[in-house]
Design a protein around this ligand. Sequence first.
Ligand SMILES: [Ca+2]
Ligand SMILES: [Ca+2]
Ligand SMILES: [Ca+2]
Ligand SMILES: [Ca+2]
Length: 260
Amino acid sequence: MARLLLFLTFCLFFVFKVNGQENLPFSQDWTNPALITMDDDWSNVAGIIGYRGDGLTGSIGTDPQTILADGTTTPVDIIANQGTTTGISTGGIIELDGLGDPTVAFQGSGTADAPFLLISVNTTNFTAITVQYNLRELDTDNSTQQVALHYRVGNSGNFTNVAGGYVADASNGSGQVTPINVVLPAGAENQSEVQIRILTTNASGVDSLIGIDDISVTGTPPPPPPGVPTLSQWGLIILALFFMTLGTLYLIPEMKLKKS
Ligand SMILES: [Ca+2]
Ligand SMILES: [Ca+2]
Ligand SMILES: [Ca+2]
Ligand SMILES: [Ca+2]
């Protein structure tokens, strides 16, 4: 019976991992070049998938805060194992694992109308869900490169824009780094699945290549439930048990001696 329970627990754990919503705190800085080794393959990356966003907008320079449709039926995308930012102009999602500070980046284009990274986390029992990342301009194209932050509860339906995560232009032509640090609305708290989306749109002219690096999703963990001892209380309990055991070991032989 115990073995069966252990097996079922393992299966449940495995199912949750395959579903891909990661527990908090979650982070990704793209340091490991082996996470992505083949084009369009995200299977070794926990909790993140990149999409090309074809057709999510038909215009150039669309405000990404207004693109809230699902988008996960557009092509899953990653151009793997790039060593340099020079000459990258195809658009989509690109792994730049040969840089001194490796990152994954996106670049809008006539095909990649609204490329995005989708992050899935489990916020059960957590409050104040905080999303942080750095948008790193990696080339000198200096387009007007808008980036938006969206979230939704579950894995279907429209997203909600998070106004505090909007960047009107993430590029200045000389390596601009834009740090984002936003607390999601309370609706994202205590959910078995929350999806967070970082999305740019095809800008006028050649789009800047923007890294999405140092990603972190954290929250305030639940307080210990009432009645469950804290760590220091456990220490006192163990100490008390130790002395009780010592006392018993000493007293029982004493009592036996007195009787005899
Ligand atoms: Ca990095
Ligand atoms: Ca790689
Ligand atoms: Ca710019
Ligand atoms: Ca463009």
